[in-house]
Write a protein that binds this ligand. Structure first.
Ligand SMILES: Nc1ncnc2c1ncn2[C@@H]1O[C@H](COP(=O)(O)OP(=O)(O)O)[C@@H](O)[C@H]1O
Ligand SMILES: [Mg+2]
Length: 360
């Protein structure tokens, strides 16, 4: 059961939009179906950690479901009735991070015209989700450390030490192990954040989950766009399974959404699937009309000859277009063609030879 409205909304109405609140209400481990053994292990670890107040660090490429998992952990924790406050650490300027995290007192800086609670305070009684934590600057990491360790802080310009009863979940798409090794991420903060560490697999390594996810996204898109697609055709599913999904589940979701919107029939057809691998191949440039060199000639003149030949090839011998592309005048182009003996479509060596004066 989720209290309505959740405390985050009453504490700070701008903290969550209504759609985010609805989404948060629905997310549980049941919403993350999987047949993949690695993913199952991730979900088991998350479910085991959920009831306890341990920090959880979720790793994984963009779009692998880090936010979703963080919400599922919160929703199955004893804090589920409390606020869930998310902070995207990469989106905050260094100058604002302290006020964003810990709040400020009125008058503490020029634009501080009233007291304001920070995310640590807003999350009191619930969960604070630190998204993209690997993007925090060294200065911001230092400020974060004490608050994460002791769950206490002061507002900017404030004297009073405030204690927050929070559980912290963090996520990053960065290679945090290397960041710790190279010193770009503080080791002490890393240890605080990773009491449990969960690394979500990319979608290309859990392709057995594609049919489950597709089914979910078809259902979701049918509702949203008032469509009646019943299933995906075998051919379309094959296309999805062959693709490598650099944008992971986020990309799959948007591909299915746009396919459902376009589909008029009961089954999604392969031609509705628009993914990078299915874009028409780029047009090949016509062959370069230059004679092959015996030995590689790296002079500027040789390069110019090849380049002009290539442009004339691409314009199918149209000199006017070639001049526009090369940004040179027609007499200059003609002079260079003669100088370098450039062959181009419509001007064969045969024709040139014919033009030569015939000896008496
Ligand atoms: N198991 C899943 N089932 C349904 N949708 C999912 C699942 N995992 C991720 N998504 C969707 O994919 C998108 C990206 O997920 P998100 O949690 O924001 O990823 P990340 O934080 O790793 O970038 C979101 O729209 C999310 O709802
Ligand atoms: Mg995310």
């Amino acid at each position: 059961m989720v209290r309505w409205p959740p405390r985050a909304a009453s504490g700070n109405p701008s903290a969550m939009s209504i759609s985010e609140i609805y989404q948060l209400q629905k997310v549980s481990f049941k919403n993350i179906p999987t047949r993949n053994p690695d993913m199952k292990r991730c979900l088991d670890a998350a479910a085991a950690a959920a009831p306890h107040d341990m920090t959880v660090l979720i790793l994984g490429e963009n779009g692998t479901g880090k936010n979703l998992l963080a919400q599922a952990i919160h929703n199955s924790s004893p804090r589920a009735m409390g606020p869930y406050i998310a902070l995207n650490c990469s989106a905050i300027a260094d100058t604002l991070i302290e006020s964003e995290l810990f709040g400020h007192e009125r008058g503490s800086f020029t634009s501080a015209d009233r007291d304001r609670k920070g995310k640590f305070e807003l999350a009191n009684g619930g969960t604070l989700f630190l998204d993209e934590v690997g993007d925090l600057s060294p200065a911001a990491q230092a400020k974060m450390l004490r608050a994460v360790e002791y769950k206490q802080f002061e507002r900017v310009g404030g004297e009073k030490t405030i204690k927050a009863n929070i559980r912290i979940i963090a996520a990053t798409n960065q290679d945090i192990f290397t960041q710790v090794e190279t010193g770009t991420f503080r080791r002490d903060l890393f240890y605080r954040l990773k009491e449990v560490i969960i690394e979500l697999p990319p979608l290309h390594s859990r392709k057995e989950d594609i049919p489950l996810l597709v089914e979910k996204f078809i259902e979701e898109s049918n509702k949203k766009y008032n469509r009646t697609v019943l299933e995906i055709s075998d051919e379309a599913l094959e296309v999805l399974i062959k693709y490598h999904w650099p944008g992971n589940i986020r990309e799959l979701r948007s591909v299915i959404k746009s396919a459902v919107v376009k589909e008029q029939g009961p089954a999604l057809l392969p031609e509705r699937i628009q993914i990078a691998g299915r874009r028409p191949p780029p047009r090949k440039a016509p062959p370069i009309f230059v004679e092959a060199e015996e030995e590689e000639d790296l002079s500027l003149a040789a390069y110019e000859k090849k380049h002009i030949g290539m442009v004339l090839g691409r314009t199918s011998g149209n000199k006017r277009k070639a001049c526009q592309i090369l940004k040179i005048s027609r007499p200059t182009l003609d002079r260079k063609i003669e100088l370098y003996g450039i062959e181009y479509p419509g001007r064969s060596s045969q024709r040139r030879r014919k033009k030569k004066p015939v000896p008496p």
